[in-house]
Design a protein around this ligand. Structure first.
Ligand code: FPP
Length: 253
């Protein structure tokens, strides 16, 4: 019988039955391909990517996700043509200018992760102002990865730990995984439960390398500008029906 043969799409109602992931990380990939498919400049893809981000932030607020980490600009993205980098930096400023008040009213805390010191001063000025304005909010922590690389983050943590050891502020015997976590940009946050990668690539691309050790991965062929709450619900539903063992055994084994 054809009537029920198609898997019905997952709705918000379907994901409210089981616990939600606390922290979701997203690699916002596929903006360029989205634009190319339409014969548009890459900038149009990034602009459409921001529209997708707005919808997903809105949805995360609605369903009560506590932490959302999005990869906006990696330490490797400097290899792109200068013109594309400038467009991305301008779009980030435009996003802040247009959205900051609304995000603030809704209780979003903007938290940049990555090395802001190498961004154009105009861009970092707006990001720092957005962080300061939303500092006390706690409905949704939005980690925006800018000039971020997982290896760079871990390398910096190693340097800071070595410095504190040499200054006598930390003992070698005290160093454990929890201590290392406290030297990362995401200190005091839970690790992502779920990492989403649109556009079909099967890579972590240097995003939150330490933090995703036990995250569930969810990959879709949908390009980021086409990613909608319906896809987020599908990812969460899948996550809720997986068996997370964290290296241990199934409870029923
Ligand atoms: C990857 O697509 C996407 C990026 C490098 C930029 C992501 C940035 C945004 C969505 C907008 C800026 C973000 C904020 C927080 C305002 P790609 O260009 O690598 O796509 P491709 O692999 O199809 O070429």
């Amino acid at each position: 019988m054809a009537l029920f043969s198609k898997k019905p799409s997952i709705t918000e109602k379907d994901i409210m039955i089981k616990p939600l992931p606390q922290h979701i990380a997203i690699i916002m990939d596929g903006n360029g391909r989205w634009a190319q498919k339409r014969g548009l400049p890459r900038a149009a893809g990034h602009r459409a990517g921001i529209e997708a981000l707005k919808k997903i932030v809105e949805c995360a607020l609605d369903i009560n996700i506590k932490y959302l980490s999005v990869y906006a600009f990696s330490t490797e993205n400097w290899k792109r043509p200068k013109e594309e980098i400038n467009i991305l930096m301008d779009l980030i400023v435009e996003y802040i200018v247009k959205e900051l008040n609304k995000l603030h009213e809704k209780g979003v805390k903007i938290n940049s992760i990555g090395d802001l010191s190498q961004l154009p001063p105009e861009t970092s000025k707006y990001i720092i102002a957005a962080q300061e304005k939303t500092y006390r909010n706690n409905k949704l922590i939005l980690n925006v990865a800018l000039n971020y690389g997982g290896r760079a983050e871990i390398t910096n943590a190693v340097k800071d730990i070595a410095k504190h050891v040499s200054e006598g502020k930390l003992k070698i015997e005290e160093i454990n995984e929890d201590i290392v976590s406290q030297y990362l940009y995401t200190k005091s946050q839970p690790d992502p439960d779920l990492m989403i990668r649109p556009s079909g690539e099967m890579r972590l691309s240097n995003f939150l390398l330490w933090q995703v050790a036990y995250s569930e991965l969810w990959i879709t062929n949908v390009l980021w500008p086409d990613f909608r709450p319906q896809h987020l619900f599908e990812a969460i539903y899948d996550f809720q029906n997986r068996n997370r063992r964290f290296g241990g055994l199934d409870t029923k084994d």
